[in-house]
Design a protein around this ligand. Structure first.
Ligand SMILES: *Cc1c(COP(=O)(O)O)cnc(C)c1O
Length: 507
């Protein structure tokens, strides 16, 4: 039965096909392959064998191909369109990187191969480490962390190892109010008490509040620069001085390095440790094509405590150090993961760096900042800026422009989906009411930015014209309309259960 204008009999919408779960499609006994019958063997399981069917779906090969092809088409991705998520740096993943990562000599490696057979891979890790140190002006880097958050944990564990080594068991970590949620979460997981530092009215850390909170119980201060309001922390030298004067370490969240790569060296700012999200700044995929990667650069003071393993270049080749006995100067606190780091991401990141060169990387940050300020200038016509003045690689609006319209930031974002745009980051950072955080990245063309701008301006005018119903009904064109996202997060249904025949009979 056709229920409304936007619903069809089949559930399909044009050539966007409705797709059942694979379990709902399967039929017992159907298979895409023709296997020989099992030979008869004596049962030696002693009565512990499974009594019920295993519950795997039975499908033919074309059913499986269609299922996964349809699922893949439901994904929105950077390859499909503009992805303006602030804080996430969703930039294009150059195909050259993919080609390099698929070279058989790299793709077919096994982490347990003898070192003599993987000299090229070790050299690649060593070279990437060299460029990460060069770009950040830091003397050491821990390559193994698997994501930004994992890198934060690595950084704080390194700082803790250094503090413990000098018999200084500090208990507190200071985190600005605007920080990404992973910062306080990391500090808490590391066993620290988290204390929030407020922002000033310029959207930057309040220096006097930071100074007031610093004492001999503070292990570290975690700053993001540029911060999550898209603003450069222009008092960072005073901050690092104050943190060091109090005997603490200065952690920098490097997720926004895309805004300053090739222009600012964090090592010159007094930073002790900083993670780099290779999947943000250095264009490796966010999931899908592989996991992320979050190497952590370290200052002279923290370098001796870096986690295992690391690569060294000796006269007779490259060596992967996995035990301290081989490297007596080091005092690693342990290791972050079983193997050596996300090799596939290392290849892509190095390919990205080498294909851009020093001038290219400098242009990356310039263009990222230019594109964000283009959005700032164009959208300020209808939207309200959270903090006056130019931004870095992302621009932050608040919801004052929606005041009195009955339209919320969420309604606005849903209407963007109908227009074919992935929404920006919403309600983050928490310090700004109804935040809309947009990051175009340097890889968007002027044309795609203009299309985005026109759409956003049009929606803003529509909201102000009093068309609140339009927004509250959005999205109209998605397969499931508006979802109860709170219930989905609080009571997720993670397991499919078959409808039992008795239940069906009762209905
Ligand atoms: C993305 C991000 C993180 C976390 O990085 P993951 O790689 O997603 O774990 C931390 N801080 C900021 C500011 C970020 O944008």
């Amino acid at each position: 039965m056709v229920k409304s204008r936007t619903e069809t009999f089949s559930g399909n919408k044009g050539l966007h096909l409705e797709e059942l779960l694979i379990f709902e499609q399967g039929a017992a006994g159907r298979s895409g392959v023709d296997l020989p019958d099992l030979p008869k063997v004596k049962n030696r399981l002693g009565g512990i064998e499974r009594q019920s069917p295993i519950g795997l779906p039975g499908l033919s090969e074309p059913q499986v191909v269609r299922h996964y092809t349809r699922l893949s088409q439901k994904n929105y991705s950077i390859d499909a369109g503009l992805y303006p998520l602030g804080s996430c740096t969703m930039k294009h993943n150059p195909r050259l990187n993919e080609k390099m990562a698929r070279l058989p000599g790299l793709a077919d490696l096994h982490p347990l191969q003898p070192q003599s057979t993987v000299q090229g891979a070790l050299r690649l890790i060593h070279t990437l480490a060299h460029w990460l140190k060069t770009l950040t002006g830091m003397p050491a880097v821990a390559m193994s962390p698997a994501a930004g958050a994992h890198g934060e944990l690595c950084g704080l564990m390194t700082a803790r190892a250094a503090l413990e080594d000098r018999g200084d068991a500090r208990k507190k970590v200071l985190v600005p109010d605007s920080a990404h949620g992973t910062n306080p979460a990391t500090a808490a997981i590391c066993g620290y008490v988290v204390e929030a530092i407020p922002l000033n009215n310029r959207g930057r850390v309040d220096l006097s509040a930071l100074k007031a909170a610093l004492n001999d119980d503070v292990a570290a201060f975690m700053l993001t620069n540029p911060n999550t309001c898209g603003l450069f922390e222009d008092e960072i030298l005073e901050q690092s001085q104050a943190v060091h004067d109090a005997g603490g370490f200065f952690y920098c969240d490097g997720a926004n390095f895309n805004a300053i790569v090739g222009r600012v060296r964090p090592g010159d700012l007094g930073i002790d440790c900083m993670h780099l999200n290779l999947h943000k700044t250095f264009s490796t995929p966010h999931g899908g094509g592989g996991p992320g990667s979050g190497p952590v650069v370290l200052s002279e003071a923290l370098a001796p405590y870096a986690p295992l393993p690391w690569v060294v270049h000796r006269e007779n080749g490259f060596e992967l150090i996995e035990h301290v006995a081989n490297d007596v100067d080091a005092k690693p606190y342990g290791r972050m993961k079983a193997f050596h780091g996300q090799m596939g991401m290392f290849i892509r990141a190095l390919s990205y760096m080498m294909s851009h060169g020093a001038d290219g990387l400098k242009q990356v940050s310039s263009d990222a900042v230019l594109n964000a300020n283009y959005l700032l200038a164009q959208l300020s016509e209808e939207l309200t800026l959270a903090y006056e003045g130019p931004c870095m690689h992302e621009v932050l609006f608040d919801d004052r422009f929606l005041e009195g319209t009955g339209v919320s930031t969420l309604d606005f974002a849903k209407a963007m989906i109908d227009e074919g745009f992935h929404p920006m980051t919403m309600y983050f950072p928490l310090v700004v009411h109804g935040a809309l955080l947009m990051e175009p990245t340097e890889t968007e063309s002027r044309e795609s930015l203009d299309q985005f701008v026109e759409t956003i301006l049009n929606l803003a005018r529509r909201a102000k014209s009093g068309d609140k119903k339009f927004f509250q009904k959005a999205p109209l064109y998605t397969p499931r309309r508006r979802l109860d996202e709170t219930a989905a997060a609080r009571q997720p249904t993670l397991r499919w259960r078959p409808v039992l025949e008795t239940e069906e009979a009762a209905e």
